[in-house]
Design a binder for this molecule. Structure first.
Ligand code: ATP
Length: 240
C-alpha cells in the first residue's frame, strides 16, 4: 500500500438545486484500502458517493490517482475506473442476471475479456452462475446486492463505491456479503469506499473511517481509533 492517496477530496461542496448538503469535505483514501463512511441519516453520505461519481454538481477538488475528476460526467468517471453500487442496488429487474452483468461491461468490447470477467464474478458469487438466466427481479435481496456488486466488478473498478450494501438484508447475509467485499479488496486490490449504517461491520472490514454529520467530517482515523471513540461508540455502536 503506497503512502500517496489514491483518492483525494478537498474542500468539497455539493447539493441539490439551492440546498447545499456537503460543506467542505476533505478526505484521502489510500490505494488498496477499505474506507468506511459513517454518520446519521441525512448527513450526506449518499451525496458524497454521488459527488465522487459525477452524479451531482460539485465545487472543490476530487483527484483519482493524481488526475482531477471534479465535475466530470458519470460515464467519464466510470471509464476512469470508478464503479458505484447505489443504495437500493439499481439492478434491472426485468433483465436476466447475465444481461445485468453484461450491462456492467458496457465500456468493454473485447468478448474474451468480458467472458473472463464474468467467470471472475462467478468466483466471488457462485449463486449468480446458478441464476444466470433468471430475471434479476426474482432474486432475493442478498442475491440482488451480489448482482449489483458483480455488475460493478464487470467494470474492473479501481475504486468501488458501495452505498448501504446491508440495507434490508439479514445479519447472516450481510456478514457473508462483507466477507466477499473483504476478499475482493484483498484479491483484486480494489480500493473500496463503503457507506454503511451497520458501523460494527463496516469497522471490521475497513482500514480507515470517516464520520460525517450535517455534511461535514467530524472524525477521521483508523478503524481502531474510530471504534475506540466514545462518541462513536455511543452514537453508532450502541454502547453506553
Ligand atoms: P441516509 O442514510 O438517510 O441515506 P445520507 O447520509 O446518505 O442519509 P443523503 O442521502 O446524502 O444522506 O442526504 C443528505 C440530504 O440531502 C438530506 O437532507 C436529503 O433530504 C437531501 N437529499 C438527498 N437526495 C436529494 C435529492 N435528490 N434532492 C434534494 N435533496 C436531496
Amino acid at each position: 500500500m503506497s503512502g500517496e492517496p489514491f483518492l483525494s477530496v478537498g474542500d468539497l461542496y455539493a447539493g441539490y438545486g439551492g440546498s447545499r448538503v456537503l460543506h467542505g469535505i476533505g478526505l484521502e483514501v489510500r490505494r488498496g484500502e477499505v474506507c468506511a463512511i459513517l454518520g446519521p441519516n441525512g448527513a450526506g453520505k449518499t451525496t458524497l458517493l454521488r459527488a465522487l461519481c459525477g452524479m451531482v454538481r460539485v465545487r472543490g477538488d476530487i483527484r483519482l490517482d493524481g488526475t482531477e475528476i471534479t465535475g466530470r460526467a458519470p460515464e467519464s468517471v466510470a471509464r476512469m475506473g470508478v464503479a458505484h453500487v447505489p443504495e437500493g442496488r439499481g439492478t434491472f429487474t426485468a433483465l436476466t442476471v447475465e444481461e445485468n452483468l453484461r450491462v456492467g461491461a458496457y465500456t468493454q468490447h473485447d468478448r474474451t475479456r468480458v467472458a473472463a470477467d464474468l467467470a471472475r464474478v462467478f468466483d466471488f458469487f457462485p449463486v449468480l452462475r446458478e441464476k444466470l438466466r433468471d430475471p434479476a427481479g426474482g432474486l432475493s435481496g442478498g442475491q440482488q446486492q451480489m448482482l449489483a456488486i458483480g455488475r460493478a466488478l464487470m467494470l474492473r473498478p479501481r475504486l468501488l463505491l458501495l452505498d448501504e450494501p446491508s440495507l434490508g438484508l439479514s445479519p447472516l447475509v450481510t456478514q457473508e456479503l462483507f466477507q466477499i467485499v473483504r476478499t475482493i479488496n484483498a484479491e483484486e486490490h480494489t480500493t473500496v469506499m463503503v457507506v454503511e449504517q451497520n458501523a460494527h461491520l463496516a469497522l471490521e472490514v475497513a482500514h480507515h473511517a470517516h464520520v460525517i454529520e450535517t455534511g461535514r467530517i467530524v472524525l477521521s482515523g483508523s478503524a481502531e481509533v474510530i471504534r475506540a471513540d466514545e462518541q462513536v461508540a455511543r452514537s453508532y455502536l450502541g454502547y453506553r
